[in-house]
Ligand binder design. Structure first.
Ligand code: NAD
Length: 258
């Protein structure tokens, strides 16, 4: 039997967590959840005002620090600057949540353009690589850390409008598994959370249009909430998941490929 009580394994006091795309939807819930467990949080987003609003609200509600960092994760320099700012402000980077992701928003692959691919893959896959590459040297120096990357049901196929985005999510899975091997000896874990359809600003319009049809694909017959995903992200980053790395965890109410 472990000597550490389970609740203590979810204590992130004095740990520094950076969340990309932290100003909205799932990322916002992730920021709030870590703050609620005592972490200092960097809300890293391309939308500076929204990030500031989230960081201010966290500092009002929780006894932790929260900072807003304007960043575009598709740029390596910006990603590196974001990580450096986090380390300068908090003294470490213990958890990196590569939450930012973007779909092409075209109804089929053939309709999409190379510009769409650059945008979607730039944020969804290059964003993950950029931030991870910038954070890992710090985690190696600290001899520990945790990275959570994102997939989605789209990487399992069946939706032409998500071909490019789904490809980038599949790339995140392969990337995570391979890098986990490289840095495991430094007590660094990398995992993937794969959300099903979750109600956020990104999906609101689409869900409004197709709610009943979407629900048919889910065994639990409800859509996800940002908190459903944030809880799993916090679990994967916690000491309760100490021996989990290079893994993909689907949080999707039992997605049945239609
Ligand atoms: P959202 O649109 O509500 O939030 C995304 C945030 O990312 C926004 O605050 C946006 O400003 C920020 N962002 C966009 N481009 C950025 C960039 N270049 N650099 C930094 N920040 C940037 O999205 P969401 O629905 O909360 O999705 C969060 C993650 O979950 C994404 O990776 C998404 O692919 C994944 N996901 C979502 C769903 C869903 O149904 N909502 C399903 C599967 C996977």
């Amino acid at each position: 039997m472990s000597e550490t009580p389970l609740a203590a394994k979810f204590d992130f006091t004095n740990e520094a967590v950076a969340v990309t795309g932290g100003a909205s939807g799932i990322g916002k819930a992730v920021c709030e959840t870590f703050a609620g467990q005592g972490a200092n949080v960097a809300v890293a987003d391309i939308d500076a005002d929204a990030a500031e609003t989230v960081a201010d609200a966290i500092e009002d509600e929780y006894d932790t620090r929260a900072i807003a960092i304007e960043t575009d994760v598709s740029s390596y320099d910006a990603a590196e600057e974001m990580i450096e700012t986090t380390v300068d402000e908090f003294g470490s980077i213990d958890v990196l949540v590569n939450n930012a992701g973007l779909s092409t928003r075209t109804s089929s692959f053939l309709e999409s353009t190379p510009e769409d691919w650059d945008r979607s893959v730039g944020v969804t896959y290059f964003g993950t690589m950029n931030c991870t590459h910038a954070a890992l040297p710090h985690m190696i120096d600290q001899e520990g850390g945790c990275v959570i990357n994102y997939a989605s049901d789209s990487y399992k196929g069946n939706d032409p409008s998500l071909a490019v985005y789904g490809g980038a999510k599949a790339a995140n899975v392969a990337f995570t598994m391979n890098v986990a091997k490289e840095v495991g000896e430094h007590n660094i874990r990398l995992n993937v959370v794969s959300p099903g359809t979750t109600e956020t600003p990104a999906t609101a319009e689409w869900i409004d249009k197709y709610r009943d049809k979407i629900l048919e694909s889910y065994a639990l017959e409800r859509l996800g909430t940002p908190q459903d995903i944030a809880d799993t992200v916090a679990f994967l980053a916690s000491d309760a998941a100490d021996w989990i790395t290079a893994e993909v965890v689907s949080v999707n109410g039992g997605y049945i490929r239609g």
